[in-house]
Design a protein around this ligand. Structure first.
Ligand code: TXA
Ligand code: MG
Length: 343
């Protein structure tokens, strides 16, 4: 057990010293909190897997504070990639490049010939990396399989005693993890949807972009290894509720003899919920819903324990694609239906 220290943004130099010593430090980003370790220190990186309980074949994102850091490892940054970097960095877009052989520890790449690079928008975190002088790995700072952390308190809940510290810069803005685009393939391929959408990337690049982030079956080899694991899942069963089915879903909830968690838009919450329902307001827009999704799932796991959580489904366009990608995983792809709740 180590004592997990909370660092304020103006103490980021102390947190950087810990990283230099090979310790683990959680850091804020605009998407979710990440778990940092010196990406060039194999021992430190191995401890990230241990702290998270993460399967070791699941590669880590390399978090950078400059394009120079990427150039050190990537074999080539194409003109299109440079265009993307110029426009979207710092920001919630992760780019996969072919890397120079053995330029990064195997613990980072999972033995792949590629690596994923991301420059977060959070200035405190970019300062942290700059002061550490090395890129840092940055998986989400949750216990593997749990919803990603969007506050320092979430990180503390999952990893207290396992990591040296957390840089606390408040709650994250976007709430769902970065878009991952693979640039090592012939056609750029989105492996994980995020706040930067495939449509936006295609329009910006003026060339086709493939999306390859369907639910992978047990037998399939997913392109982003992390996509095959159970993810974002609270202990309760989540049921996705389409807008038109809220009246039926709330009626079903009212008939249950236990408390039911309800994560719904403000308009639904305002209609008044049955007495046994515990409300969690997702706000008015897909932006607020994405921002609050993981915190809501955690709320019903950690504080208000329930067996069932009804959660709003949204149309799968724009940010809704990323939101639904996470929610489908949290629920095991289960929608509420009138005749057969939970099937
Ligand atoms: O927003 C984010 O990206 C957050 C913040 C903390 O930066 N990080 C994050 O990391 O979501 P993580 O480890 O939870 O998710 C990274 C995903 C995993 O599914 C992993 O399998 C995939 O990226 N990945 C990493 N390197 C890859 C590679 N070379 N090829 C394909 N997929 C890769
Ligand atoms: Mg994760």
């Amino acid at each position: 057990m180590v004592i997990t220290k909370i660092y304020q943004p103006d103490q980021v130099d102390q947190a950087a010293d810990e990283l230099k010593k090979g310790e683990l430090i959680a850091f804020p980003t605009e998407t979710v909190y990440g778990l940092g370790a010196d990406a060039t220190n194999e021992q430190a990186v191995k401890r990230v897997y241990l702290a998270k309980g993460r399967p070791s074949d699941n590669p880590l994102i390399v978090t950078v504070s400059s394009v120079k850091m990427v150039e050190k490892y990537a074999i080539e940054i194409s003109p299109a990639a440079h265009k993307l970097i110029k426009h979207f960095w710092p920001g919630p877009l992760t780019l996969i490049f072919k890397i120079k052989p053995e330029s990064l520890p195997k613990a980072v790449t999972g033995g792949l010939k590629t690596a994923a690079f991301r420059m977060p928008a959070n200035t405190v975190t970019r300062k942290l990396i700059e002061l550490a002088g090395v890129p840092i790995v940055g998986p989400s700072a949750n216990s593997s399989g749990k919803p990603s952390p969007t506050t320092a308190a979430h990180v503390f809940h999952d990893l207290e005693g396992r990591i040296a510290g957390i840089v606390d810069d408040g709650s994250t803005k976007v709430g769902v993890e970065s878009t991952i685009i693979d640039l090592s393939t012939k056609v750029p391929t989105v492996l994980r949807p995020g706040a930067v959408t495939a449509e936006e990337l295609e329009n910006f690049l003026q060339e086709p972009v493939i999306s390859d982030h369907h639910q992978v079956g047990a037998q399939e080899v997913p392109k982003a290894p992390g996509m095959k694991y159970k993810h974002y899942a609270p202990d309760a069963q989540v049921l996705m509720v389409k807008e038109a089915l809220w009246p039926a879903a709330l009626q079903w909830a009212a008939e249950q003899s236990e408390k039911i968690g309800v994560m719904a838009p403000t308009t639904v919450i305002k209609t008044g919920l049955p007495a046994n329902c515990l409300p969690y307001d997702l706000g008015e827009t897909i932006q607020t819903a994405s921002h609050r999704l993981f915190a809501g799932l955690r709320n019903f796991d950690d504080q208000q324990k329930v067996n069932w959580i009804l959660t709003a489904a949204y149309p799968e366009t724009g940010l809704g694609t990323a939101y639904m990608n996470r929610l489908r995983k949290s629920s095991g792809n289960v929608f509420f239906t009138k005749n057969n709740p939970g099937n």
